[in-house]
Design a protein around this ligand. Structure first.
Ligand SMILES: Nc1ncnc2c1ncn2[C@@H]1O[C@H](COP(=O)(O)OP(=O)(O)OP(=O)(O)O)[C@@H](O)[C@H]1O
Length: 302
């Protein structure tokens, strides 16, 4: 049964005459992972800050299923940057957070789950970026919140470290049914983790829904065809397809007539290294946020 955890209604936040959030409404269900995406300054952090009582909204309201007075007993919030006492050891921080939050978790078990057990007696300042981020998530979850907010989940991490963070989150979501609301600039991360996404564009909610529904809705059945041409002299034949040149010299065509275009490219133009793709969340995001690739493959505002 779907249980609503959070209701956001008409949330609006201004900074002087800047409208950072403009009348945002949505629901979050128990056990969901919601991904918030948007360009720099779109309002992602402001949305999280307004949901967790850090900012007081100018209009609208956020209702949680639990009593607002004990909000922080039920939620965990990890902000964009976490700073910890540099002289602290991993175990010291875990014990401190456990004590402060009156938690009864088994710290060793948590350190095992987050693949940090071998760092237990190490100084926090010596942890790698990925491990420091996993520790930060662990500390955010030490009081076993039902909902966790994570701002800029894996910024600054390498691909392997990012994937480890993803696995940790999937695990706590699936095994412990923790509801997760996260922001990220990495659309592959959002595509992998999120059940539903919110696309913010200049403080407005441009889209709320499933990832595959977004791709379906905004791609209009389009396919992306990428290829090289065998003979550069044939490039004029690509004009009718509005082909763009990618940075690596290959061409890209977007079309709803995949079969017809492919047949023509093979028979009339002469191509190799062919790749046919469906649009990704990144393509959809660029489109919703009003961006497209120009004929030289650069991202430009429409
Ligand atoms: N405390 C503040 N005082 C004044 N303006 C602010 C404040 N916080 C955010 N803003 C402005 O509100 C808008 C939204 O900012 P916000 O930080 O929420 O965006 P964001 O999507 O999280 O951006 P980024 O991806 O760069 O972190 C921006 O124009 C920003 O300059």
């Amino acid at each position: 049964m779907i249980k609503e955890m959070i209701k956001v209604r008409g949330l609006t936040k201004r900074f002087k005459d800047k409208v950072a959030l403009d009348n945002i409404s949505f629901d979050v269900n128990m056990g969901e992972i919601i991904g918030i995406v948007g360009h720099n300054g779109a309002g992602k952090s402001t949305l999280i800050n307004s949901m967790v009582d850090i900012y007081k909204p100018d209009a609208g309201a956020v209702e949680f299923v639990f009593d607002h007075k004990s909000l922080y007993d039920h939620i965990g919030v990890q902000m964009q940057k976490s700073f910890y006492e540099s002289k602290a050891k991993v175990i010291d921080l875990c014990k401190l957070y456990k004590k402060l939050t009156n938690s009864d978790v088994d710290i060793d078990l948590m350190l095992e789950e987050y693949e940090l057990i071998e760092e237990k007696n190490n100084y926090v300042k010596f942890l790698s970026g990925g491990k420091a981020q996993r520790l930060s998530i662990l500390l955010t979850l030490i009081h076993q919140p039902e909902v966790v907010f994570l701002d800029e989940l894996t910024s600054g991490l390498d691909p392997v470290a990012r994937r480890k963070v993803w696995e940790v989150l999937k695990e706590i979501n699936q095994k412990k049914n923790v509801t997760i609301i996260l922001t990220s600039h990495f659309l592959d991360e959002i595509e992998y983790l999120a059940d539903r996404i919110i696309i913010l564009d200049k403080g407005k909610m441009a889209y709320m829904g499933g990832v595959s529904a977004a791709i379906e809705q905004y791609s209009n059945g389009e396919k992306i065809i990428e290829f090289q041409i065998k003979d550069d002299k044939a490039s004029f034949k690509l004009m009718k397809y509005n082909a763009i040149t990618l940075t690596d010299g290959r061409y890209q065509i977007r079309t709803r007539e995949e079969e017809k275009v492919l047949t023509e490219l093979i028979n009339e133009v002469g191509i190799n290294n062919l790749v046919v793709k469906s649009p990704t969340l990144e393509d959809v995001f660029l489109r919703i946020a009003g961006y497209k690739l120009d004929e030289e493959g650069r991202i430009v505002h429409e």
